[in-house]
Design a protein around this ligand. Structure first.
Ligand code: AMP
Length: 162
């Protein structure tokens, strides 16, 4: 479940949630926790017939992480692992600008918005490394190299966790 994809789907379908989230995505700001957490929970609850979940881009704040833990307890699940892809900011800027040429994401086409997204990560998300490290659930994967290289590193890690 990718919260970014869910927001973009709601924006293109012009739903109430999409209208609420649009200005945040356009600026590269995080969408408020209350909106994001509710959306994630609804998505999980409407896809229950599965063996597990991979969340992409969630949680991104301490509040989201804590809410996720209590929500998962309420449905008898728990977080097994958190994986961060480690890439330096210059490489990310160049990848995002390249992606911005082939998608319609305004937040991938403007360097100031990209820098704002890094700032959101550094001020609100990076503290989660410590949160999950203390529970022995944090794993970092080298994000340098080709898509195939990184995919195979991710598969190796996930296989080792099962
Ligand atoms: P992404 O597709 O993961 O790069 O996310 C794109 C944008 O969606 C972010 O810059 C935020 O505006 C919003 N977003 C996605 N996931 C979250 C989240 N967990 N919390 C708050 N905002 C989010």
């Amino acid at each position: 479940i990718s919260t970014g994809d869910l927001f973009r789907k709601n924006i293109s379908n012009k739903t109430k949630l999409g209208l609420e989230a649009k200005s945040y995505l356009d600026k590269g700001d995080l969408v408020p926790d209350s909106v994001t957490i509710k959306m994630l929970e609804n998505e999980v609850l409407s896809n229950k017939d599965v063996n597990g979940y991979i969340f992409d881009g969630f949680p991104r704040t301490l509040n989201q992480a804590k809410s996720l833990d209590s929500f998962l307890v309420s449905i008898n699940l728990k977080i097994n692992a958190t994986i961060a892809l480690d890439v330096n900011e210059n490489e990310l800027i160049s990848r995002l600008l390249d992606r911005g040429k082939i998608n319609n994401r305004s937040d991938d086409q403007d360097i100031e918005k990209i820098k704002n997204r890094f700032n959101e990560y550094n001020t609100k998300t990076s503290i989660l490394i410590d949160f999950y490290q203390k529970q022995d659930k944090f794993f970092s994967v080298d994000g340098k190299g080709t898509v195939d290289d990184i995919t195979s590193r991710l598969f190796d890690l996930v296989d080792s966790l099962i």
